[in-house]
Design a protein around this ligand. Structure first.
Ligand SMILES: Cc1cc2nc3c(=O)[nH]c(=O)nc-3n(C[C@H](O)[C@H](O)[C@H](O)COP(=O)(O)O)c2cc1C
Length: 336
C-alpha cells in the first residue's frame, strides 16, 4: 500500500469504524470543575483569548493533527482551515511526510490561502529521524506550508501494529537533541492518542521543545485504527486499549516539566473537557476525530462543532466564576 493509499484508508476507517477506546477513558470524568452558584461573573464578559507560540487565539482550542495527501484530505484541510480562520483558532496539520516524498501531494496541505492569520502547526513523525530526515527536512516541512511551528509525533504502538510501520525508535532522544535546535522554528512533541508520560517529558527536558502535546488515551486509539485498517477487525484487543489517560498524562507531564507549555488532546469532547484540561495544567486543547466527518462536508459544519466547544468553555468558566483563562489554571479540581 502506498503512503497516500494508507492515509486514505485511515480516513475511511476513522469515518466508518468505531475507532475510539471502548474501555479506557480520558480520566476527565474523575474530576469536577467546582461549580459556583454565585459566580460574580457576567457570561458576555468571559474572556477566552490567549496567546500560544506567538499567535493570538480567540479561545484555547486547536484543530488536532489529522490529514493530508489525497484529494479528500485536501478538502478536509481546507474546511478545517477556513473554520479555524473564521473563529480565530489554531490548526495542526497531519503528517507531511507524504508531501515531502511526493510533491503532487503538496496542494492538499496548502491551507495558508484560506487561513492567513491562524496559528498553523506542521507535522512529521519522529521515527523519520532514524530514516535520514534532519533539521533541513523539518525546516522544509514548516516553510513549504507557511506554518508557525512543527509538531513531531511519536507513536511506537501505532507503528508496531502498522504493516511495514517504523519500528526503530532507538537513539531518538539524543537525535532530537541535535536536530530540534537546528530547525530554526518552534518544534513540539506529541503522541497520537496513547499518551506522553512524565518520564518521557523529563527525558526530553533538555531538547528544546517549544511545547508538548500529551495526546493521551480515551479518545481515538491509533492502535485500533491500524488493526481495523489492516485486518478489518480488532486483532489485539488489549493493545488497542493501552495508553495513559489524557488527564493522568497532563498531571504527570505538568509535574515533570512545570514550565513547559502543554497541549491537551486525546478524547477532548466538550468545552467542559477543555476547561478541566486547562485547570490540570494545559495552555490549550486540541480536538481531532469529532471534526473529521464535518470536515468532509463544509467549513460551516466544522465551525458549528468548534463553536459549540467555545460556548461550552465560556459557560463552564462562568459557572465556575472565572472571567479569564488564568483563573481557570488557578482552580483546584474536585476529584470524584
Ligand atoms: C483521521 C485522523 C488522522 C490523524 N493523523 C495524524 C497525523 O498525521 N499526525 C499526528 O500527529 N496525529 C494524527 N492524528 C492523531 C490526532 O492528532 C490526535 O492525537 C488523536 O486522534 C487523539 O485525539 P482525538 O481523540 O480528539 O481524535 C490523526 C487523527 C485522526 C482522527
Amino acid at each position: 500500500m502506498s503512503l497516500r493509499q494508507r492515509k486514505h484508508r485511515h480516513i475511511e476507517v476513522c469515518l466508518e469504524g468505531d475507532v475510539e477506546y471502548a474501555r479506557r477513558t480520558t480520566g476527565f470524568e474523575r474530576y469536577d470543575l467546582p461549580y459556583r452558584a454565585l459566580p460574580e461573573t457576567r457570561l458576555d464578559a468571559i474572556d477566552t483569548r490567549t496567546r500560544f507560540l506567538g499567535r493570538e487565539l480567540s479561545a484555547p482550542l486547536l484543530v488536532g493533527a489529522m490529514t493530508g495527501g489525497s484529494q479528500l484530505s485536501g478538502l478536509i484541510n481546507r474546511n478545517l482551515a477556513r473554520a479555524a480562520q473564521r473563529l480565530g483558532l489554531g490548526m495542526m496539520l497531519g503528517s507531511q511526510r507524504v508531501m515531502l516524498e511526493d510533491p503532487a501531494a503538496r496542494a492538499s496541505f496548502a491551507v495558508r490561502r484560506d487561513a492567513p492569520d491562524i496559528l498553523l502547526i506542521g507535522n512529521l513523525g519522529v521515527a523519520q529521524l532514524n530514516r535520514g530526515y534532519g533539521a533541513e527536512r523539518l525546516r522544509e516541512a514548516v516553510e513549504l506550508v507557511g506554518a508557525d511551528a512543527l509538531a513531531l509525533h511519536t507513536n511506537p504502538l501505532q507503528e508496531a501494529l502498522q504493516l511495514g510501520g517504523d519500528v526503530d525508535f532507538t537513539g531518538l532522544v539524543a537525535r532530537l537533541g541535535e536536530v530540534v535546535p537546528a530547525v530554526g522554528h518552534p518544534v513540539l512533541l506529541k503522541e497520537v492518542g496513547h499518551g506522553l508520560s512524565g518520564a518521557v517529558a523529563a527525558s526530553v527536558r533538555e531538547v528544546g521543545f517549544a511545547a508538548l502535546d500529551v495526546a493521551g488515551a480515551g479518545g481515538t486509539s491509533w492502535a485500533k485504527v491500524e488493526d481495523l485498517a489492516n485486518h478489518g477487525e480488532v486483532r489485539h484487543p488489549d493493545l488497542v486499549e493501552w495508553g495513559i489517560p489524557t488527564a493522568e498524562a497532563l498531571l504527570e507531564v505538568r509535574h515533570a516539566v512545570p514550565a513547559m507549555p502543554l497541549i491537551a488532546s486525546g478524547g477532548i469532547r466538550s468545552g467542559l473537557d477543555v476547561a478541566k484540561a486547562l485547570a490540570l495544567g494545559a495552555q490549550v486543547a486540541a480536538v481531532a476525530l469529532p471534526l473529521l466527518a464535518p470536515a468532509t462536508e463544509s467549513a460551516e459544519a466544522v465551525e458549528a462543532v468548534l463553536a459549540r466547544f467555545v460556548t461550552e468553555l465560556r459557560v463552564a468558566m462562568h459557572g465556575a466564576g472565572v472571567e479569564r483563562l488564568e483563573g481557570l489554571s488557578a482552580l483546584e479540581l474536585r476529584a470524584r
